[in-house]
Design a protein. Structure first.
Length: 169
């Protein structure tokens, strides 16, 4: 039986996005739709800690932990770091959950570099010749670049070779 992610990879239109996602398993998979407070509460409960115990370990008050978990207060960077340490969470991901606008800014910077990754790839005639990349393949890869997921020339070559294998070239 196929998983939902396998099913979404079955149509040709989503093939490129699936390939890029497969190539970037790791930090990207940690992204969550849960709020900072929900993550803290769930992790605290999973570790069988009370709010009082967590407050003691990060040297703050129980009411402050309650406010953080409910989303009524925004933590300082110092508190985020202490929580990550005590709850054994990735401090970077916890910081982004506490500061979603920061992640949006970084994502915008990545899109700029991704566009430049396509520009560099498209302009590299030696790379095209070396890998025998046709105009039709370049057109296909340009559509992949529009998705904003590819970060380097190496990624374009990975996708191209995967497509070639899929169609038997």
């Amino acid at each position: 039986m196929k998983t939902e992610s396998q099913k979404s990879c079955t149509n040709v239109r989503s093939l490129f996005k699936c390939l890029v996602n497969i190539a970037y398993l790791g930090d990207e998979n940690k992204v969550t739709t849960r709020s900072f407070g929900q993550v803290i509460r769930e992790r605290r409960r999973k570790l069988d800690l009370t709010q009082q115990e967590l407050a003691r370990r990060i040297e703050t008050s129980v009411p402050y932990i309650t406010l953080l978990e409910s989303g009524a207060r925004h933590p300082s960077d110092k508190v985020v770091h202490k929580l990550a340490e005590v709850l054994a969470l990735d401090p970077r991901e916890l910081f982004f959950l506490a500061n979603p606008e920061t992640k949006a800014l970084i994502s915008q910077e990545q899109r700029t570099s991704e566009a430049s990754a396509w520009d560099a790839f498209a302009k590299d005639e030696d790379l095209r010749k070396l890998n025998h990349i046709t105009d039709q393949e370049m057109q296909t890869l340009s559509h992949v670049a529009l998705m904003g997921e590819v970060r380097s020339s190496r990624d374009f070559l990975f996708i191209l070779n995967t497509i070639r294998q899929a169609i038997g070239q």
